[in-house]
Write a protein that binds this ligand. Structure first.
Ligand code: KIV
Length: 285
């Protein structure tokens, strides 16, 4: 029996029951299949695909079309998992109409269950309009990579009382506007704990400590595939880069030494055809 897809009310129930939510990014079909088989509760088709898949220096160049292509593949790979599409830079900031249209694309074209967007009070009009269109919204505050220029780089947030207060006010405003989940990125655990306790909706953490209602990691970090840098909040569970590079190195060596392919890798002539083939090639002598 395939697993039953958990929906938003089940995540609310998990919070109430003190059951932690396991969330991971995915960008392609095979990874989504692995994630569903592993029992992840939710998947995020994050704009981190810009760095993890396309090799961009950040998330800014990522387009809506790229997000949709990857979300479609993830949906096909994980048909029974709650999939959230991440709204890329400039897909929602410039107008409310654009925000609703692009949020709708994740559902219509890619079959996503929800969308995520970065920002607190300053994007409340967009959040309200997307909710009015009947779309589940996940907020994202703290270190918000799309506005890292304003934050002075990829820096942890909420480490002073003044900045923690801004986060708490943003979190309350998002819940009040109707957001159904909230992601906190790179904030102190005591701030994560306070916000998770204060809000009724599930509060997820990526680098916001152990007291939140669940955790998110970037799959490329978790499996040890992303090489450029490793944030403090990452736990690596595998070293895929090493395994894959070693496999490729061994392949090069086998090809160069004539050890690959072997007999078992070959397609032989059909029965009775080999003698006729020998006759055929004599004519080319
Ligand atoms: O794009 C993404 O994967 C994200 C996480 C960094 C939170 O938004």
């Amino acid at each position: 029996m395939p697993p039953k897809k958990k929906m938003i009310h089940e995540f609310m129930k998990m919070k109430q029951d003190g059951q932690k939510i396991a969330w991971l990014t995915a960008y392609d079909f095979p990874t989504a299949q692995f994630a569903e088989a592993a029992g992840l509760d939710m998947l995020l088709v994050g704009d981190s695909l810009g760095m993890c898949v396309y090799g961009y220096p950040g998330t800014i160049p990522v387009t809506m079309d790229q997000c949709i292509y990857h979300a479609e593949a993830v949906r096909r790979g994980a048909p029974n998992t709650f999939v959230i599409g991440d709204m890329p830079f400039m897909s929602y900031q410039s107008s409310i109409e654009k925000a609703v249209e692009n949020a709708g694309r994740f559902l219509k074209e890619a079959g996503c269950d929800a969308i995520k967007l970065e920002g607190g009070k300053r994007i409340l009009p967009q959040v309200r309009a997307i909710l009015d269109a009947g779309i589940v919204v996940v907020g994202h505050i703290g270190l918000t990579p799309q506005s890292s220029g304003q934050l002075g780089g990829h820096k942890a947030q909420g480490r002073t009382v003044e900045s923690a207060k801004l986060l708490i006010d943003d979190a309350l405003a998002l819940e009040e506007a109707g957001a159904q989940m909230l992601l906190l990125e790179a904030v102190p655990p005591e701030v994560g704990q306070f916000i998770a306790k204060k809000l009724r909706i599930p509060v997820l953490s990526i680098g916001a400590g152990m007291h939140c209602d669940g955790q998110l990691l970037i799959v490329s970090d978790l499996i040890g595939q992303f090489q450029a840098f490793t944030p403090k909040f990452v736990k690596k569970y595998a070293n895929v880069a090493e395994v894959v590079t070693q496999a490729m190195r061994a392949y090069c060596e086998d090809v160069r030494a004539g050890r690959f392919p072997e007999e078992g890798h070959c397609y032989y002539m059909l029965p009775g055809e080999d003698e006729k083939f020998k006759e055929l090639i004599k004519r080319y002598a």
